[in-house]
Design a protein around this ligand. Structure first.
Ligand SMILES: Cc1cc2nc3c(=O)[nH]c(=O)nc-3n(C[C@H](O)[C@H](O)[C@H](O)COP(=O)(O)O)c2cc1C
Ligand SMILES: Nc1ncnc2c1ncn2[C@@H]1O[C@H](COP(=O)(O)OP(=O)(O)OP(=O)(O)O)[C@@H](O)[C@H]1O
Length: 189
């Protein structure tokens, strides 16, 4: 069944399992996290929600270039098999929301589990962390997914490889066989 796309918390969920993240590139670490929440949701018979942001916060703050547009990101997250994708517009008003206010929205979906990585932060000034999330929800942490060289896969590392022109590494760490790297990037503009 195709995922439904929302711009705010999914209404009317009596229970759910949720994962949250910027998910720029939907790389192999993100895929493992999303597959874990799907497996858990299926096992419990609960709807699976992936909550992401457009643009990714780091891009909004000018700390990173974008790896993947929102349309492609949502399509790839949906293709993994989640039931709902929330795409929140990350702007000046959204970034100023407190961690507590964000958790109130999360609570409206009655999550039985919230799946994130151990470095997940949220809320104004990044004040929310895994411990705060644990104060209100059952948090499930995914063990970091490493590359074959033993380093944690991240959007930041993929951006660095891209900037150095190491496109074979970009493709390897992103983990999508059809990930499009423009030929001009391969040869230099
Ligand atoms: C309601 C809300 C407010 C946020 N405000 C800030 C902020 O003020 N500064 C910041 O650097 N990041 C902010 N973020 C972004 C988070 O630090 C983080 O990037 C986001 O929750 C995605 O998590 P991830 O980076 O682990 O994927 C905010 C996130 C949320 C959900
Ligand atoms: N390699 C990984 N293994 C397990 N979880 C991961 C991995 N990379 C990211 N995550 C988790 O996925 C969610 C989304 O992460 P995020 O979008 O910040 O990815 P990132 O690759 O760490 O990005 P950036 O490098 O820009 O900080 C977070 O909960 C994060 O902890």
């Amino acid at each position: 069944m195709a995922a439904t796309i929302h711009s705010a918390p999914v209404p009317g969920l009596g229970a759910s399992v949720v994962t949250i993240g910027a998910f720029d590139g939907v790389h192999m670490g993100h895929q493992a996290l999303i597959r874990s929440v799907i497996a858990s949701g299926r096992a419990q018979g609960l709807p699976v929600v992936a909550w992401t942001f457009d643009p990714p916060p780091k891009v909004f703050f000018g700390r990173a270039p974008l790896l993947m547009c929102a349309q492609e990101k949502v399509a790839r997250i949906a293709s993994l098999g989640v039931d709902h994708v929330i795409l929140s517009h990350f702007d000046g008003a959204f970034r100023a929301r407190s961690a507590e206010s964000f958790m109130d929205d999360l609570a409206a979906m009655n999550p039985a589990e919230v799946w994130v990585g151990d470095d997940f932060r949220f809320g104004a000034m990044q004040r929310g962390d895994v411990d705060l999330l644990r104060s209100r929800f059952a948090v499930r942490l995914l063990t970091p997914v490493m590359c074959r060289k033993g380093q944690r896969i991240s959007s930041s590392r993929i951006r660095s490889h891209w900037e150095r022109g190491e496109f074979h590494r970009v493709r390897e760490l992103v983990g999508w066989e059809d990930f499009y790297v423009h030929p001009a990037w391969e040869t230099g503009w």
